[in-house]
Design a protein around this ligand. Structure first.
Ligand code: 2IO
Length: 423
């Protein structure tokens, strides 16, 4: 029998307002929580989540055929296994590490400086809507090699795609809207793909177009799916992570002071932000055979959601898990952006995020530019903090006041934290 508490639902308003308040009770009282309305199981313990994500034979990504493929327009990396997965994953990893990463951080720095400039003399910025969201899209367009002038259109299509993959239930109207966005995005991408096949450049789309697997190039459909995969994965969590980092530092002024004094602490602050408030809260899997967790059986074929926010605050994995502490000894900062990470904000196992090193470098570069400029940073008067999202979760807005800056000339060189670039 599924363990379900009729009084509690992860689909309730109370849970949506503050899921963190409920995680302890879930881990202890209902570590395998069944949600009848969506016929899915929610796992909240660190051990159980780790088991599901590392045993990719027993817990497959087949559910992405219905949860992602309709808007990705084809299979994403996370759906692949074996030699195909290894080969295609390598293409994408290469595009996000080493020399490519160095070039990308120059673009991140330039984009951030451009977006920030108009707000500096005003002494007020909404870090989500004025800065983080447009920045995430600009950076992703640069990486892919798409035209920055199309950013508003691409951002709108991305919203539809993201809504589809991150909704636990969609009305037929919203579903149609999301599919329309995806179809228009695909129609926009296909001519670009065809052009890059003829005239490849250094961008990721060109690399995907020219790469061969078993001597055969990928079809337009395969390339499209991987482009939308990267678009969603690089855009959707970025503004959330940046805003959450600033929120936690503002809420812990002594840690903010320390990070300001030593920007080398940023990777630890980013890793702790990802542990404490992961922007991706849920990772779905499908049980191949029936499986038992904490004495409760999950049937074969069941959809299982790994609750990353709950696992990251499991006292069995982290001491004083509800405390934000960039110096926590059990964080393991150096490992936090690798397969050995103790927190699971990037997932873990075979399909662990390919963009982890990119994410770290992006947030590090941007935060290192913002911190010295946003002197006396604080919440704007009357600002009310609110988060939304059950799947991806982050601040709705983050309106900040700071000492106005009149002469702005950002350092031409991006700050680079230790270990971001290979020596
Ligand atoms: C895009 C939630 C944006 C991924 C997904 C269908 C596959 C995969 C993820 C992350 C972030 C998204 N899942 N990235 O959770 O590529």
């Amino acid at each position: 029998m599924p363990h379900s508490d009729s009084r509690f639902s992860v689909l309730s308003e109370g849970f949506a307002t503050d899921p963190y308040r409920h995680f302890g009770r879930l881990r202890q009282g209902a570590p395998v929580h069944y949600e009848p309305a969506i016929d899915s199981y929610f796992l909240s313990r660190h051990d159980d989540v780790k088991r599901v994500l590392t045993d990719h034979e027993a817990f497959t990504t087949e559910t992405l055929q219905v949860r992602a493929e309709p808007v990705m327009r084809g299979p994403v990396l996370a759906q692949m296994t074996g030699a195909e997965h290894t080969a295609k994953r390598k293409i994408v990893v290469r595009a996000f590490t080493g020399a490519a990463l160095q070039d990308q951080m120059r673009a991140v720095h330039a984009n951030a400086a451009d977006l920030l400039a108009p707000f500096l003399a005003r002494g007020r910025i909404d870090l989500v809507n004025d800065f983080g969201k447009p920045l995430a899209v600009h950076v992703t367009l640069d990486v892919l090699g798409l035209d920055r002038k199309d950013w508003r259109q691409v951002a709108a299509w991305h919203s539809g795609v993201a809504e589809f993959i991150t909704s636990l239930a969609l009305t037929p109207e919203r579903r149609r809207h999301c599919l329309d966005c995806a179809e228009q995005l695909e129609a926009y991408l296909v001519p670009v793909i065809e052009q890059r096949r003829r005239h490849p450049g250094d961008d990721l789309i060109s690399k995907l177009c020219t790469a061969e697997f078993d001597g055969v190039a990928m079809s337009n459909r395969e390339v499209t799916a991987l482009i939308i995969n990267v678009l969603a994965a690089a855009t959707e969590p970025a503004d959330k992570t940046l805003a959450l980092l600033f929120k936690h530092l503002i809420d812990h002024p002594e840690q903010l002071t320390e990070v300001r004094r030593d920007l080398g602490l940023l990777p630890a602050a980013i890793a702790e932000t990802l542990r404490y408030t992961p922007p991706v809260q849920l990772i779905p899997r499908q049980a191949k055979e029936s499986a038992v967790f904490a004495g409760t059986a999950v049937p074969a074929g069941a959809t299982v959601f790994c609750m990353i926010g709950a696992a990251n605050r499991d006292p069995g994995a982290f001491a004083a898990p509800d405390t934000f502490d960039i110096h926590r000894p059990d964080l393991g900062t150096a490992r936090s952006f690798t397969a050995a990470a103790q927190h699971m904000a990037f997932g873990t196992g075979l399909h662990q995020c390919v963009g982890a090193a990119f994410a770290r470098a992006e947030i590090d570069t941007v935060a290192a530019m913002l911190l010295p400029l946003l002197d006396e940073v604080r919440y704007s008067p009357g600002f009310r903090y609110r988060e939304t999202g059950l799947y991806t979760r982050g601040p709705v807005s983050l309106s900040l006041d700071f000492a106005p800056v009149h002469a702005f000339s950002p350092d031409r060189r991006p700050h680079v934290g230790p270990g971001v670039l290979p020596a």
